[in-house]
Design a protein around this ligand. Structure first.
Ligand SMILES: [Fe+2]
Ligand SMILES: [Fe+2]
Length: 183
């Protein structure tokens, strides 16, 4: 099962919070753009992004483990489920990131949250976001405190992309996605 519209529907059934939905669209957009760059299955990568926080709103204490039976029932395969478990390794699961799908999911998660938080402060939203300004803002510890800076850097390291380049890719993919960059 890798159908994007059915996956989006499933996500929207579980996640009602608009900001969290937007986070899922953002991760999906970046995953899709990386899949296209890497010649991977872009729908499959977008689906993994859309679903990665499926149980976060309803079951924050057991996320993402609570999502497993739901995803199995809906027909998602092991690679997708392992990637979703992997994004919370080792804090919440015992499934290390081994696949590209898993490593990229982890690398696209926290950073999109940070970019979104920053874009809210800008009059032009995402269109006003630049690599330089994000790098600078990351040093401001009081800003978007819940976004883990170490995980952001670790993510880029795991996919073997220089952090600035990763940031540029992430910002570009978010800007180019109409669902993510909507005013
Ligand atoms: Fe998560
Ligand atoms: Fe997330």
């Amino acid at each position: 099962m890798t159908d994007l519209s059915a996956s989006t529907e499933l996500m929207e059934k579980f996640i009602l919070n608009e900001n969290l939905r937007k986070h899922c669209y953002a991760v999906a957009a970046v995953m899709k753009s990386y899949a296209l760059k890497l010649n991977e299955d872009s729908e499959r990568w977008a689906v993994t992004g859309i679903l990665h926080d499926l149980d976060w709103e309803k079951f924050p204490d057991t996320h993402p483990n609570t999502a497993v039976p739901i995803l199995k029932e809906a027909g998602y395969d092991d690679e997708i489920i392992e990637a979703i478990l992997g994004h919370a390794y080792p804090e919440r699961t015992d499934v290390p990131r081994t696949s590209n799908l898993s490593k990229y999911l982890f690398a696209c998660d926290e950073i999109t949250g940070f970019v979104t938080a920053y874009s809210y402060m800008k009059p032009g939203g995402l269109d006003d976001v630049e690599v330089k300004s994000i790098k600078k803002k990351m040093k401001d510890k009081a800003f978007a405190r819940n976004v883990n800076r170490e995980d952001i850097l670790k993510g880029a390291e795991e996919i073997g992309i220089v952090f600035e380049d990763h940031l540029e890719n992430v910002i570009g993919a978010m800007k180019n996605d109409p669902k993510v960059n909507s005013k």
